[in-house]
Design a protein around this ligand. Structure first.
Ligand code: HEM
Length: 238
């Protein structure tokens, strides 16, 4: 136990925890964007996918627990590393002259906080049904998404959060493999093909959903969706 505590207390230990939990979250995000794009295939397909996930039962709860632990550890390590860096240099540089840093690397802290705020809102909206509570249904994820993204303010918030996510992934996907020593130091640290592909693909996949729904590009439900047939305002266990 003390070896684990010593590892967590060290700066490199926190960075390794950030890298591993980051990779776990990227794996979830890639699966999530692929699943969500089915919204363009219509209500039946999307709701079947949502029902399949719920049908996983204990496996789903295990994945949720893994994700929750990852988010908490990732955020705690980031916060503690920020505090350590601030304590080491209480006054900022008089003039910053970044050599290889990118806008993405400099946006990691505020972008991370924005993503955390986004995640809380997102779970309140689509998992708990607290945002559009009068129309929300635990059995009609498609309709929840249609209603959620008919509001341009929510769409704008999602689009902003997806830019933060792309920047976070562009830097994080690259930094995590470097922290774990899975890639060698490069002569061209700004050439990041894999990180660029991941960040662009995830951004594009997520960004077109709210905008596509707002613009009416998602396939409309051919028959009344579960919500339309039986509105459910009562909270049911997700
Ligand atoms: C346009 C973008 C997105 C859409 C349309 C979307 C859609 C959804 C929907 C419909 C659900 C509820 C599924 C259900 O309970 O039936 C959900 C859950 C969730 N989403 Fe998203 N999502 C988006 C982006 C994101 C992003 C960027 C993240 C992470 C940074 C994220 C993380 C989650 C998590 C953690 C859950 C809870 C999963 C669970 O309850 O098992 N989502 N999302």
């Amino acid at each position: 136990m003390s070896a684990i505590a010593a590892f967590w207390r060290s700066t490199i230990g926190k960075k390794v925890v950030m890298a591993v939990t980051g990779i776990i979250m990227v794996a979830f995000i890639i699966g999530h964007v692929a699943g969500n794009l089915q919204v363009f295939a219509g209500a039946e397909r999307f709701n079947r996918y949502a029902a399949f996930l719920k049908g996983l039962g204990e496996l789903l709860w295990l994945a949720r627990l893994g994700l929750l632990v990852s988010v908490v550890l990732h955020f705690t390590a980031a916060y503690q590393l920020t505090m350590i860096a601030r304590a080491a240099r209480p006054a900022d540089y008089a003039k910053r002259n970044p050599q290889v840093s990118t806008f993405a690397s400099r946006s990691m802290r505020w972008g991370g906080v924005l993503l955390l705020v986004f995640l809380v809102f997102h779970l309140a909206q689509f998992t708990l049904g607290w945002v559009d509570s009068t129309t929300f249904s635990h059995t009609d994820a498609y309709n929840n998404v249609m209603i959620g993204f008919s509001n341009p303010i929510y769409v704008a918030f999602y689009e902003l959060a997806m830019v933060a996510l792309a920047l976070h992934l562009f830097h994080g996907a690259w930094a995590s493999v470097r922290t774990l020593g899975l890639s060698k130091p490069s002569q061209h640290p700004l050439h990041r093909r894999v990180a660029t592909v991941i960040a662009m693909a995830v951004w594009l996949g997520f960004a077109i959903i709210p905008l596509g729904v707002l613009l009416g590009l998602a396939k409309p439900a051919t028959e009344p969706t579960a919500t339309a047939a039986a509105p459910s305002a009562s909270p049911v266990t997700p």
